[in-house]
Design a protein around this ligand. Structure first.
Ligand code: SF4
Ligand code: SF4
Length: 114
């Protein structure tokens, strides 16, 4: 079944936790200190038990304030978080097209904020 809702795809394998998306979003939405339209959650660094490998995971999570940059998008621009992502690990598109990109690729997450 097709799904034409708009969404954000995060390839968190490549998210460095740089917070550029947070900052760009705060500027776009005019948010005061302590309020966010998207916020990076971090786990680690934590050693994976029984291995010499480490987990260090960063994932930005849209909040209830995210309007998917409706003012920018109606002018044909990308959401500002996607535009400013330092690692180019965020994409904007329909659920259908972004879900197709998840096929065969691990460490991705799809958000439908509204
Ligand atoms: S789409 Fe726009 S409003 Fe939503 S998190 Fe990204 S920058 Fe913020
Ligand atoms: S701008 Fe990109 S790399 Fe930086 S924290 Fe946000 S999603 Fe991760």
């Amino acid at each position: 079944m097709s799904d034409s809702r708009m969404a954000l795809l995060i390839d968190y394998e490549y998210c460095t936790g740089c917070h550029s998306c947070e900052t760009a979003c705060k500027v776009e939405l005019g948010l005061p200190l302590g309020q966010y339209g998207i916020k990076v959650a971090t786990y680690g660094p934590a050693q994976i038990p029984g291995t010499d490998k480490w987990d260090y995971i960063n994932v930005p999570i849209p909040t209830a304030l995210c309007d998917l940059c409706e003012n920018r998008v109606k002018d044909g621009k990308l959401p500002t978080c996607v535009h400013h992502c330092q690692s180019a690990c965020m994409e904007y598109g329909t659920v259908e097209e972004l879900a197709a990109k998840m096929a065969g690729k691990s460490k991705m997450v799809l958000f439908t904020p509204k």
